[in-house]
Design a protein around this ligand. Structure first.
Ligand code: EPU
Length: 426
């Protein structure tokens, strides 16, 4: 078992480069299956969720060649199977993108119900609604989702009941080669939605309106190869922004799109951080106390749920009381028990959708366990802020989404190391 040992209390100072976005990469790699020619994808983060997707594509028969770090060539035209094996697809949530991608190519897909972070119920009814609209039938059998259509998928006007990132992307993938013009309404608008649409368009697809509430897709018969670079990771950047503020540090975070970071930057400013935006970088400096504020998560352009745990660490050290309301997931406060071990004063409401955070002067070091990806990142920030030695176990959750987090933090002054211990020891 791997764990991090962190000796906290040092301000982070220096420059941190940001990788390509996890949630764009895990959609764009399966989307290569829609292409009729090989593609080159650049700025791919080196994280375990991406490795799991690449393993699945290799298993299915794609030819994958690493050209340089973060840059790979994928020939998915050699794929003949429209089935993803259960033990592989259950490793991560994003395996559901194979449904849309395989449907676009074979009009048939067979994928196990996805795994990923346990954030409460994670239904896929809206994904299935869009596939039905496009003329498919589906059944869920022994934990497997099977979707099929006789002949080519047919365009439809689909109104989503819930704003869903996954369902929006899956519908785009399934519709990109469908016959006619598909209209998707009440769609998600996150930066990775726009990135997937840009990727499909770079292959000659015709996807318009991504980033707004309505997306129109004119189905294409043929998609050519492309050389595409993945958008920078909004959440990795936001995590380092929060780490800079929590440690009263000064970080220049590079290779970002500052526009994608506005909701995070404006909250940090309210909390007392000094933010400077550049063309493709953002600087976060925090000298004084942390001021309390309220946070409510919502679909983009609202405050991202994937940044809620990291911001809670800051609020746990603020001078006053803050309220955090989680608007997306039922179970995104699993870090609260861990922060309480560090002396944080956080009360959850009975429904578990809101937390009242009474700031304390400082957090104390503790032995911690990462319950999921973003909660794990939050605990890293908490340990970096607490004077003394903390340990964090179950770091595989963190490494699903953060490339070389130990190396990047060490390079800006953190005292953090990764070590292997016998299971049971922490
Ligand atoms: N929902 C439904 N039906 C559906 C789909 C979703 O009711 O068919 C509900 C969900 O239960 C949830 C809400 O809609 O309450 C939003 O879910 P969404 O589908 O947008 O989430 P997702 O696609 O499963 C992606 C990210 C998550 C991120 C959410 C919200 C990926 C692989 N995952 O999940 O990222 O929290 O969007 O922005 O893109 C993370 O990176 O740590 C992470 C969990």
């Amino acid at each position: 078992m791997e764990r991090y040992v962190i000796s906290g209390g040092r301000p982070l100072k220096g420059t941190v480069p940001i990788c390509g976005a996890k949630n764009a990469a895990v959609a764009i790699l399966p989307a290569v299956i829609c292409s009729d020619e090989p593609c080159v994808i650049d700025n791919i983060p080196n994280i375990s969720d991406v490795e799991a997707i690449i393993d699945i594509m290799r298993w299915m028969g794609a030819r994958i060649e690493r050209l340089s770090p973060g840059r790979i060539r994928i020939d998915a035209t050699t794929i003949t199977s429209c089935e993803v094996p259960a033990e592989m697809s259950r490793k991560m949530r994003a395996s559901y993108y194979f449904l849309g991608a395989l449907l676009s190519r074979f009009s048939r897909a067979h994928v196990s119900l996805p795994g990923g972070c346990d954030l409460g119920p994670r239904p896929i009814d809206q994904h299935l609604k869009s596939f039905s609209g496009l003329g498919c039938q589906w059944k869920v059998e022994h934990g497997n989702v099977v979707v099929w259509c006789d002949g080519r998928l047919r365009a439809d006007h689909i109104f989503f009941d819930t704003v869903s990132v996954g369902a929006t992307i899956n519908a785009m993938l399934a519709a990109v080669k469908a016959e006619g013009t598909t209209i998707l309404e009440n769609v998600a608008k996150e930066p990775h939605i726009v990135d997937v649409a840009n990727f499909l368009n770079s292959m000659g697809g015709d996807v318009r309106g991504a980033g707004t509430d309505v997306i129109k897709i004119h189905g294409s018969q043929y998609l050519r190869g492309t050389d595409y670079s993945i958008v920078p990771d909004q959440i990795e950047a936001g995590t380092f922004m929060a780490a800079a503020a929590a440690t009263r540090g000064d970080l220049l975070i590079t290779n970002v799109i500052p526009k994608h970071l506005e909701s995070i930057a404006s909250k940090l400013e309210l909390m007392g951080s000094e933010i400077t935006e550049y063309d493709d970088a953002i600087r976060v400096r925090h000298l004084g106390p942390i001021r309390p504020t309220n946070i409510k998560t919502a679909p983009h352009p609202g405050f991202p749920t994937d940044m809620q745990p990291q911001m809670a660490v800051l609020l746990a050290m603020a001078e006053g009381t803050s309220i955090i309301t989680e608007g997306i997931w039922e179970s995104r406060f699993k870090y609260v028990d861990e922060l309480r071990r560090m002396g944080a004063q956080i009360q959850l409401d009975t429904g578990g959708r809101a937390a009242v955070v009474q700031g304390v002067k400082e957090l104390a070091p503790a032995a911690l366990r990462a319950p999921d990806l973003r909660a794990g990142a939050a605990l890293v920030i908490a340990a970096l802020s607490a004077k003394g030695e903390s340990t964090i176990s179950d770091v595989s959750h963190i490494e699903r989404g953060y490339e070389n987090i130990v190396g990047k933090l060490s390079a800006v002054g953190a005292d953090i190391r990764r070590e292997t211990v016998d299971s049971g020891e922490n």
